[in-house]
Design a protein around this ligand. Structure first.
Ligand code: SF4
Length: 427
């Protein structure tokens, strides 16, 4: 039985209890949200993670090999660092090397839920076996999906909304960067060559069957996400979103848990509309945003351009943020870029949580404010989102213990006011 089915039947599961405790929300309220599809529960071994309404905004880290860089040990190192820097989930997006082995290793070593994009493997194996993606059999796609589910994957991205109607919409409305989703591109090229409907759309019932059997979350992918801010909120994107809303209804009728993936590249002023549209069209299904990147001119700094977008999206109700690293648009990220990406996304998520009035988020800031006022440096370090960076910068300028830092030194504003309030003497 899926968590959604249990919630609808009034059963309070182990997962619901754990998530409610962790998020400090009444378990009955949580169950209500799950039954309505507003919250999903991801399971990873005996751990549970809730994503959606009323809960802390979560962060995902993409790792995985590419055909040019297929080093499993490097990916495991990225996994370890992403978890050390407190990512909530990871996605294995591997496209190079032994894909089954890499995925299984990542699942085995990950303390957090793992997501995948099975269409990558279905396409790659078909190209290796038959020389072309055109010959990919629909059965192959569903076989790979079930392989991932059996391995213990918690959520899968499935680009079900890239159908012939969306493709037609794209043809009539060409874009600056057309399609930038890898999964979307694989499926579109298959559909064009075979002149057939997307198997993930046409056989959505098969997908539902697998998702229900394993209670994996369907993360309905946005193959038409804009890859340029000038393509944002256009007709192909909205056409796909409408389809995803209709598929959400179908999945919910079978009690399958669903998230909706979102853009992409969006100017900051269009982000609120994008969140509202998703929430309306997909009836409050959790929104998983990929960025959004708010300008295209900052390669090397896209962890920042995306954190700006993610903070705004989160403030307006996005529930799950996919990190972006400084390597975005430039290459496969290394360990350092993964750390920078996780930290930036966590700052964005936390910023959104303050706006969402999540009590634990506000308490965290309050504790930091007190430690800062009292100039308790060790406490500040412990509370900071990146204690290693805190130590590096603080010690760089303040090698020995002092109760002020080198910014103002003896003119420390905090100290001056503290002293004058106590003694009326300033200096
Ligand atoms: S020296 Fe300046 S920056 Fe440093 S703690 Fe005091 S007020 Fe803050």
């Amino acid at each position: 039985m899926t968590e959604k089915e249990k919630a609808k039947k009034g059963i309070i599961s182990e997962g619901m209890k754990k998530v409610a405790e962790e998020e400090k929300i009444e378990v009955e309220k949580l169950a209500e949200y799950i039954s309505e599809g507003k919250v999903v529960i991801l399971k990873h071994r005996n751990k549970y993670l809730g994503i959606g309404k009323g809960l802390r905004t979560k962060v995902n880290t993409n790792i995985g090999t590419s055909p040019d860089m297929a080093d499993i040990n490097l990916e495991l190192e990225k996994l370890e660092k992403a978890c050390e820097y407190k990512t909530d989930t990871v996605m294995d997006l591997s496209t190079g090397g032994k894909l089954d082995e890499i995925r299984r290793k990542i699942i085995e070593n990950s303390p957090v839920p793992v997501g995948t994009v099975p269409i990558y493997q279905a396409a790659i194996e078909t190209i290796e076996e038959k020389g072309t993606i055109v010959k990919m059999e629909p059965d192959k796609i569903f076989e790979v999906i079930e392989r991932h589910a059996k391995d213990g994957v918690s959520f899968i991205t499935v680009h079900c909304g890239v159908n012939l109607k969306t493709l037609e919409r794209l043809r009539k409305n060409p874009r600056k960067t057309m399609v930038v989703s890898r999964g979307g591109a694989f499926l579109i090229s298959w559909m064009i060559s075979n002149e057939k409907e997307n198997p993930l759309y046409e056989n959505f019932d098969r997908l539902i069957e697998i998702a229900k059997k394993y209670d994996i979350i369907l993360s309905l992918g946005d193959g038409m996400r804009p890859g340029s801010i000038l393509d944002s909120t256009d007709r192909p994107q909205i056409e796909e979103l409408i389809t995803l809303g209709e598929l959400t209804d179908i999945a919910w009728r079978e009690d399958v848990q669903v998230m909706i993936e979102g853009p992409g590249h969006i100017p900051i002023n269009e982000i609120p509309a994008n969140v509202i549209l998703e929430k309306k069209i997909c009836k409050d299904a959790p929104f998983y945003v990929l960025g959004p990147v708010v300008t295209d001119i900052a390669p090397g700094y896209d962890h920042i351009t995306s954190a700006i977008g993610a903070a705004v999206a989160g403030m307006y109700g996005a529930d799950f943020i996919c990190y972006v690293t400084p390597s975005e648009h430039l290459g496969l990220p290394g360990v350092e870029e993964v750390i920078e990406g996780v930290v930036a996304a966590r700052i964005a998520a936390h910023t959104a949580d303050i706006a969402k009035k999540i009590p634990s988020a506000i308490e965290w800031d309050m504790e930091m404010d007190i430690a800062r006022k009292e100039r308790k440096w060790e406490k500040q370090k412990k509370l900071s989102i990146d204690p290693e960076k805190f130590e590096k910068l603080y010690r760089k300028y303040t090698p020995s213990e002092r109760d002020v830092c080198t910014m103002c030194g003896k003119y420390c504003a905090l100290k001056i006011v503290e002293k004058s309030l106590k003694t009326k003497i300033i200096f």
